[in-house]
Ligand binder design. Structure first.
Ligand SMILES: [Mg+2]
Length: 415
C-alpha cells in the first residue's frame, strides 16, 4: 500500500523488523527500540523479526530478544536459514548437504529434511566461520552431480568491530564459480523471505518492512510489494527517484513510528532489473516509404527489429548485424533517431524470472540489398507496413519510435 500521511503505527497490521541495525547493534539495543517494539506489541500488531544471518537457530534469537526486554516467540523470528529450510520443504526436498552452522542444520532437520552427504537432493550453502576449501569442493561436487544449489543469503560481508568478515554470500559465490551453476538465493533482497514472513497472515494484511539497509531491506520489501521504511540518520541518495531502493519513508529511530510523518515514495509499475543492457533498434524504410516489422515465434506482437550490442561492437555494426540475421536484409544506417530508456517501457521481465533494463539506440535505416525472408529457426514473419496504417498488434511503445524516425528536425528523441 502507499504510505499515507500520519502515524505509521496506525497504518499497518504487520511489522517486519530487521534486527541488526534496527532493534540492536551487536549485543546492545538501539535507542528507543525496545520501548517502540513493545508499544507495537501492546497494540496487538503482528511482529516478525528478520535477519539474513543463516547461522543462529530462531530459538537463540528469541532468547536474546527476551534478554533485551522484547517478549519474542520463536515463530516470530525469520532467519535466512529457517526460510531456506521452509523453502526446501515446500519444494518437497527431503535430503540436503550443508555448508554452514549447526544452527542451520537443526533448522533444516526441524523442517523434516535429512542432512547428509550421501547423494543429497539439495546443496545448502550458508557458510560460517569454520567453512573451508574442502567445503567449497564438497558443495561444488554435489551440485555437479545434480543437487539443487540454494544459498541462504547473498551478503558478501558483515561488519564486525575489527572490520568486515566474509558473509555466507562470499562463500555462495565461491561455490557458484567452482560449480558453474547459479544458486537460488533465499535471503534479502530476494523477496522470498518477506513472503514467508507473511505466511499464515490474512491476504489483505497491511504489512511494512523496517530496515537499516536500502539495498537489502528496502529493495527486498519493494520487490515483494511491501512498504519499506528505512531507519537511518540521513535520507539515502539513490541514483534515481525510480530506484526500488528508495524508501517510502526514512526515520531516525523506531520511536518515529508513533509520530506524524509524510510518505514520499510510490511503487513503480516495473520489476527490479537484474542488469542494464545496451540495445539497438531499426526503423528500416523501403522505397515506398513503408516500415519493416517482424513477428517473432515467441511473441504475439509485431515489432521493429531489435537486438543487443555485443562486447567490442559499435552500435552501428550491431544494428546492421541484427537486421541481416533476422531478415536477410542488408541495411545502411541513415541517422540516430532516438534513445529509449524509460523503465516503464524498457524494463522487460522474462519467463526465467530475470528482468533486464534496455537502453536502446534506435536508427533510421535504408535498404542496401537482399530480400526480406522469414528466418526458419525463429519462424519469423516479416512485412512492410504503411507508417500511417500500422498493425494494431504492435509493441505498444513502437508507434512513437516510428513517428520519431519521421520527425525531420534531425535531433534524436530522448525518451
Ligand atoms: Mg540490518
Amino acid at each position: 500500500m502507499v504510505l499515507q500521511n500520519g502515524m505509521v503505527s496506525e497504518q499497518f497490521d504487520a511489522f517486519l523488523l530487521d534486527l541488526d541495525g534496527v532493534v540492536y547493534l551487536g549485543d546492545e539495543a538501539l535507542p528507543e527500540a525496545v520501548e517502540s517494539v513493545n508499544r507495537l506489541d501492546e497494540r496487538d500488531k503482528e511482529l516478525r523479526f528478520l535477519t539474513n544471518d543463516p547461522r543462529p537457530q530462531r530459538q537463540t534469537i528469541a532468547n536474546n530478544l527476551r534478554k533485551l526486554g522484547i517478549d519474542a516467540e520463536e515463530d516470530e523470528i525469520i532467519t535466512s536459514g529457517w526460510a531456506t529450510a521452509r523453502y526446501l520443504s515446500q519444494q518437497d526436498v527431503t535430503t540436503a548437504a550443508v555448508v554452514g552452522s549447526e544452527g542451520l542444520e537443526i533448522e533444516l532437520q526441524e523442517e523434516g529434511i535429512e542432512v547428509t552427504d550421501d547423494d543429497p537432493n539439495a546443496m545448502v550453502v550458508g557458510a560460517d566461520e569454520k567453512t573451508s576449501y574442502q567445503d567449497i569442493q564438497r558443495a561444488a561436487r554435489h551440485i555437479h552431480r545434480g543437487a539443487t544449489f540454494v544459498g541462504t543469503n547473498p551478503d558478501g560481508s558483515f561488519p564486525t568491530p575489527d572490520g568486515p568478515a566474509p558473509g555466507a554470500g562470499g562463500i555462495v559465490r565461491a561455490v557458484e564459480a567452482a560449480a558453474g551453476t547459479e544458486p537460488t538465493v533465499v535471503g534479502k533482497p530476494e523477496p522470498l523471505m518477506f513472503e514467508m514472513a507473511l505466511d499464515g497472515l490474512a491476504d489483505d494484511v497491511q504489512a511494512v518492512v523496517i530496515g537499516d539497509n536500502p539495498a537489502t531491506d528496502v529493495l527486498g520489501a519493494h520487490r515483494a510489494g511491501i512498504t519499506g521504511i528505512l531507519v537511518a540518520e540521513d535520507e539515502p541518495t539513490a541514483a534515481s527517484a525510480r530506484d526500488l531502493q528508495q524508501p517510502d519513508l526514512t526515520i531516525s529511530t523506531l520511536a518515529n513510528l508513533f509520530t506524524d510523518t509524510t510518505g514520499t515514495w510510490e511503487a513503480p509499475p516495473y520489476s527490479w532489473p537484474d542488469e542494464i543492457r545496451p540495445g539497438v533498434a531499426a526503423v528500416v524504410v523501403n522505397n515506398a516509404d513503408e516500415v519493416l516489422l517482424l513477428k517473432r515465434a515467441d511473441k504475439e506482437q509485431w515489432a521493429l527489429p531489435t537486438g543487443t550490442v555485443e562486447r567490442c561492437e559499435p552500435v552501428g555494426d550491431a544494428i546492421t548485424r541484427e537486421v541481416e540475421e533476422e531478415t536477410g536484409l542488408q541495411i545502411a544506417v541513415e541517422r540516430l533517431m532516438g534513445v529509449y530508456s524509460h523503465p516503464e517501457q524498457q524494463v522487460f521481465s522474462y519467463p526465467s524470472g530475470k528482468a533486464v533494463h534496455f537502453v536502446t539506440n534506435c536508427f533510421r535505416c535504408t535498404i542496401e540489398g537482399g530480400t526480406p525472408e522469414a528466418d526458419e529457426e525463429e519462424a519469423l514473419e516479416v512485412g512492410f507496413f504503411d507508417m500511417n496504417d500500422l498493425p494494431s498488434d504492435i509493441l505498444p511503445m513502437q508507434p512513437q519510435w516510428i513517428a520519431d524516425a519521421n520527425d525531420t528536425d534531425g535531433s534524436p528523441a530522448i525518451r
